[in-house]
Design a binder for this molecule. Structure first.
Ligand SMILES: Nc1nc2c(ncn2[C@@H]2O[C@H](COP(=O)(O)OP(=O)(O)OP(=O)(O)O)[C@@H](O)[C@H]2O)c(=O)[nH]1
Length: 272
């Protein structure tokens, strides 16, 4: 039997913890059991308590003080420590078999891109603990409706997708901060964006330096080719919006559940 979990990812302040809380509220309404697994050693208290909390293993403040490290170095130290003590996570997750686990991750993108700590933890969860995981990657809507930032956000989301190798859903958070008809209209273009069209309408194909123009075109092509830049809108106070996102997560994890589980050796034809 496999377990189900959702990784909540995205830059600092994107609304990950708020989204985790909204998921728990929704789950309580529909009568499903769900728990937050806090993987952020610098997390602040939130509305719902964490069922599993990395701070019970190691805390950022302690590491900064004892190892004389800054916040980023200390964060990396905490994750390397977690990687060396994965039996702690195994024990904590222990009997949560039929319940939905929501992994609230830190916002520092270097944990996915520069060092392989989050990918290793994800691999441990999927391969050793038999989780069907889905990643949700949050980006703030006011940030994304500026096209140059849209491409930077889309690339960061893509980099998380490539490194974690998980089924991936992009989510646009903080929709309530989009004010005015013009911006709301603009937002629609970014929910299911046509990267090449955005280049034209946002003037990105008018870069004066031909090298930048080519670079912009290559990035738009890349984003377009991956076909993964659709965003689901998130309104944290709107249960319908949470339900829609979770139905995508359910579809993905149930699909994975239905797949035949193969032992790694089953996938390799070895000729004698
Ligand atoms: N207006 C608005 N503010 C939001 C929304 N979601 C979150 N916030 C606010 O944005 C700030 C950051 O939200 P968090 O949920 O803590 O974001 P996070 O991604 O967990 O932040 P880190 O853990 O620091 O990476 C808080 O002040 C929230 O109240 C939203 O939908 N609308």
């Amino acid at each position: 039997m496999s377990r189900v979990g959702v990784m909540v990812l995205g830059p600092a302040g994107a609304g990950k913890s708020t989204f985790c809380n909204s998921i728990i509220s929704h789950m309580q309404t529909v009568g499903r059991r769900a728990h937050i697994v806090n993987l952020d050693p610098a997390a602040e208290a939130t509305k719902y308590e964490f069922t599993i909390d990395i701070r019970d293993l190691i805390s950022l403040d302690d590491v900064m003080e004892e190892m004389d490290l800054g916040p980023n170095g200390a964060l990396i130290y905490c994750f390397e420590y977690l990687l060396k003590n994965l039996d702690w996570l195994d024990e904590e997750i222990g009997d949560f078999n039929d319940e939905y686990l929501i992994f609230d991750c830190p916002g520092q993108i270097e944990l996915y891109t520069h060092i392989p700590v989050l990918p290793n933890i994800v691999r441990h969860l999927t391969q050793q603990l038999n989780f069907n995981l889905c990643a949700t990657y949050l980006l703030e809507a006011p940030f994304v409706i500026d096209s140059s930032k849209f491409f930077s956000g889309a690339l960061s989301a893509m980099s998380a997708m490539i490194l974690l190798e998980l089924p991936h859903i992009n989510v646009l958070s903080k929709l309530d901060l989009i004010k005015g008809d013009i911006n709301k209209k603009k937002l629609k273009r970014f929910l299911n964006p046509d990267a090449m069209l955005l280049m034209e309408t946002e003037g990105m194909n008018q870069a004066s330096n031909p090298k930048f123009l080519r670079l912009n075109q290559c990035i738009a092509n890349l984003v377009d080719d991956f076909g993964m830049v659709q965003f689901l809108p998130l309104e944290s106070n709107n249960p319908d919006s949470i339900e829609t996102i979770l139905s995508y997560v359910d579809d993905i994890t149930q699909w994975a559940e239905g797949q035949e589980q193969k032992e790694p050796n089953d996938q390799i034809d070895v000729e004698e």
